[in-house]
Design a protein around this ligand. Structure first.
Ligand SMILES: Cc1cc2nc3c(=O)[nH]c(=O)nc-3n(C[C@H](O)[C@H](O)[C@H](O)COP(=O)(O)OP(=O)(O)OC[C@H]3O[C@@H](n4cnc5c(N)ncnc54)[C@H](O)[C@@H]3O)c2cc1C
Length: 511
């Protein structure tokens, strides 16, 4: 089935144990900061119900039931491309299909690993995974993926940790009907808005670690699960939050520290239970699927960043300056590269499991993720550079809405004729929000912009010295008058006997 937004919101009133900013949260839907991300998450249920997106997000399962496409197993390159399209639409819409990305990627990884285990060691996990998939499809549940353990001392394997054995989620008891698990997962996105959590290992294991080789799924209101939401990036919400922090006010806080305090998991929801040799398969499969999502998530973000830099340039009247155009061109190139690499990762998928599930191409999808991760800070630097210092000293919603202040802001913070001041302020707030903080922009623009330094650098560089260095290297006249290069001693001072020209067999370059 496909749930309505109302059905989804109602399902969150489930008695889950969740805290935010040190306080117990009675209802995530009405909490001042959590509610904004629940609203974003609810877009996951708006999209499939909307006629424009129904055909993309909704498909039929083997039983002919309408189900969310991201809850099906990707079987072809076309499926991966459609998955990518769902993610991109979600990211551009603003929330990135939060309830069907980490969890859907974990589900896909469960499918791959269950198939591999069943084939190689004769387990029957595939049937369990498919039954669980059907449950998710029938109830149209929002899911998150909890892979990252708290990890303790990173240099030690899970079973070798010194202070306690619970730095990685583990099995503490095996009972007739299920297992009991203890440990904690950290940074888990979309948790407050999800119905279920899918857990799997974040690293490879040795035989000593077999209690940590563990995959399962549970409702988030299961007794013993405790959710600690991270601090919001900005503690401002409502209209003020939207104005001052247009991006983060919609998407923060979503991450939770999830504690499993001796939690019972029935066997029908356990998808790996001690098969330590396959933790690697599971971790790698999840990473491949999830990097496809990450690539798509970044398309919306990179487009907004490149667009914001272009708008700032336009509003400030510098869009035709050479250094600005070069930076904008570079930003557009990175945006395009990430999109195309993500697509290429789908077109040439991995299908090595001897069954009909495919994964994005490992080389290409990792190249895509690396491209955006390693260039992100340069993107921020260009945005901040082009936008100027106002992108951090920009007034707030409260300043703008104060009738005593607004006329001054209106007059003095305008720039190009025809651009409303409020729009310029909004773009500056977006850049401030997306690129981080005061410190970065102050570092770039305090004491003058980088282009100003470049002007000085170009003007102040000792070109005569630098050119003399090159001229002396190739013996072009002119360097002799330079005070450094002209005074350097010449090898001509070494008197050598004449070269024996009879060695004609030596190539001319070697002589
Ligand atoms: C905003 C956000 C959202 C996230 N969402 C999710 C989510 O939904 N689900 C989820 O499961 N995870 C999520 N993560 C977790 C993310 O995958 C991890 O942050 C990432 O894998 C790094 O792990 P870490 O934070 O523990 O850092 P660390 O592991 O401490 O890494 C820090 C540095 O130490 C190095 N290092 C660590 N261990 C070793 C080692 N053994 N050998 C050599 N070098 C080592 C790393 O390479 C890195 O350079 C999220 C993270 C963030 C920041």
């Amino acid at each position: 089935m496909i749930r309505t937004v109302e059905q989804y919101l109602e399902s969150l009133n489930d008695g889950r144990q969740i805290w935010c900013l040190g306080e117990k949260v009675a209802d995530v839907r009405t909490h001042p900061t959590l509610s904004s991300i629940i609203r974003t998450a609810a877009m996951d249920y708006v999209l499939p119900n909307h006629p424009d997106y129904h055909d993309l997000f909704v498909t039929k399962n083997e039983d002919g039931e309408e189900v969310h496409f991201l809850l099906t197993a990707p079987k072809t390159a076309q499926d991966l491309l459609r998955r990518r399209e769902c993610y991109i639409i979600g990211a551009r819409t603003g929330g990135g299909v939060a309830l069907h990305c980490m969890g859907a990627d974990a589900l896909a990884a469960f499918t791959v690993t269950a198939n591999v285990m069943d084939k190689e060691i004769g387990t029957h996990y595939s049937e369990r995974v498919e039954n669980y998939r059907k449950l998710l499809q029938r109830q149209d549940l929002g899911i998150t993926g909890a892979i990252t353990d708290v990890k303790g001392d990173r240099s030690l394997h899970p079973s070798k940790q010194k202070q306690h054995p619970d730095y990685y989620l583990r099995i503490v008891d095996q009972q007739k009907d299920g297992i009991v698990v203890r440990g904690a997962k950290v940074h888990i996105s979309s948790t407050p808005g999800s119905n279920e959590v899918l857990c799997s290992p974040c690293r490879t294991h040795g035989e000593d670690d077999k209690d940590y080789a563990l995959a399962f799924a549970l409702p988030l209101n299961t007794p013993g699960i405790k959710l600690f939401a991270v601090e919001p990036v900005q503690r401002i919400y409502g209209e003020e939050g939207k104005f001052d922090y247009p991006k983060t006010s919609q998407t923060q806080p979503t991450e939770c520290l999830i504690v499993f305090d001796d939690v019972f998991v029935p066997y029908e929801r356990v998808f790996m239970c001690g098969e330590w040799q396959f933790s690697r398969t599971l971790a790698y499969a999840f990473a491949s699927y999830h990097r496809l999502y990450g690539t798509c998530k970044m398309i919306g973000k990179l487009e907004a960043m490149t667009g914001a830099a272009a708008l700032a340039a336009e509003y400030n009247g510098i869009e035709n300056i050479t250094h600005v155009r070069k930076k904008l061109a570079w930003m557009a190139m990175i945006t395009q590269m990430v999109a195309e690499l993500g697509k290429a990762g789908c077109l040439d998928p991995v299908s090595e499991f001897g069954m009909d599930v495919v994964m994005p191409n490992r080389m290409t999808i990792n190249s895509a993720k690396f491209t955006f991760a390693s260039n992100f800070h340069q993107m921020c630097q260009h945005m901040q550079d082009i936008a100027g210092g106002l992108s951090t000293t920009i007034p707030t919603y409260r300043d703008w809405k104060n009738p005593d202040i607004q006329p001054y802001l209106e007059k003095y913070l305008g720039a190009k004729d025809g651009v409303p001041t409020e729009e310029r302020i909004k773009v500056m707030r977006l850049i401030k929000d997306m690129t981080g903080n005061f410190w970065q922009i102050d570092t770039i623009h305090g004491e003058g912009s980088m282009a100003a330094q470049e002007m000085f650098l170009y003007g102040s560089a000792d070109w005569d010295k630098l050119k003399s260095a090159a001229k002396r290297s190739v013996n072009i006249d002119g360097w002799q008058s330079h005070p450094i290069y002209g005074k350097l001693l010449s090898k001509d001072l070494v008197k050598m006997p004449p070269v024996d020209e009879s060695y004609r067999s030596i190539p001319v370059t070697a002589r």
